[in-house]
Every structure is written in C-alpha cells, then in structure tokens.
Design a binder for this molecule. Structure first.
Ligand SMILES: [Mg+2]
Length: 145
C-alpha cells in the first residue's frame, strides 16, 4: 500500500497526522500489509512525517509519473497488481496508480486542507464528478442486467 501525505494522512505541510491515521497504519501493519509513503513534496516535508508515523518514504515522486511509485512498490517487494495507491488527488495519485497498473483508493481531503495548486483542486472536482457519474452508470448497467 502506497500512501500520499498532504491531504491524505495530514493537512498540507502539517507534521501532525489526521485523526485515526496512526491507528489505520497500525491496522494495515497488523494485517500484514506493507506500507510506504509516496509524496511529491520535498524531503524536508516528508521525511520527518514518515519518521513520526514509522513508515519508509519516497519524496519528489513526480506523481503521476511512474518512478517514485514504482520504486516504492519494488521496495515493498510487490508487483503493480498487488499494490494500491491511496491519495487525495485524481490528477496525481489516482491517475498515476491507474496508469501504472495499480489499484487506487481516493481519499476525500479534509475541508481544511489547502492544496498547493488550486487549479488541481478544480481539476479534481471535475474528475470526481465524472467518476461518480461513471459509477452511477455502472450501477445502472448492473441493475439492468
Ligand atoms: Mg495529496
């Protein structure tokens, strides 16, 4: 399992994990799921947070480009099909995971989270709307069949 930081595990720039995050990470560990942080942020932001929550990390990952996600997946000893990326941005986390054959888990960012690039928030809103519409359409197909 690969985890984004800003807007997923913490508010952007905060070293304080969101409520429930330490317990969730512990539950993943107890379930035998290997976990790593994969962030586009700089090492000064990511490393102290990763140390605080006890996870390995990749920074400057350039999601949705493959390198950071693929290196992190390999360091966990997993193939893409057995890896999931959890994150709050469609344009980075979700697109990247799907481009490189991983599963993706969209995490709605907390309302207090301030994205570094506001235009990405608008793009994410648009993509989330389309995604929800596609899910509704799929549901309708199931019910029809
Ligand atoms: Mg994020």
């Amino acid at each position: 399992m690969l985890l984004d930081v800003d807007g997923t595990l913490a508010l952007r720039g905060s070293q304080q994990p969101l409520a429930g995050v330490p317990e969730w990470i512990e539950a993943l560990r107890e379930a035998g799921i290997a976990v790593s942080i994969v962030s586009n942020a700089n090492p000064g932001r990511v490393k102290p947070f990763a140390k605080k929550v006890g996870l390995p990390c990749r920074f400057f990952s350039l999601k949705p480009l493959p390198w950071g996600m693929i290196k992190a997946k390999r360091s966990l000893g997993q193939c893409a099909a057995r890896t999931a990326m959890a994150g709050d941005q469609f344009a980075n986390d979700i697109l990247g995971a799907n481009l490189w054959g991983m599963k993706s888990l969209y995490v709605a960012p907390p309302a207090a989270n301030k994205p570094i690039f506001p235009f990405l928030k608008k793009l994410d809103r648009y993509l989330l709307k389309r995604y929800r519409r596609a899910l509704t359409h799929r549901k309708d197909e199931k019910f029809d069949g």
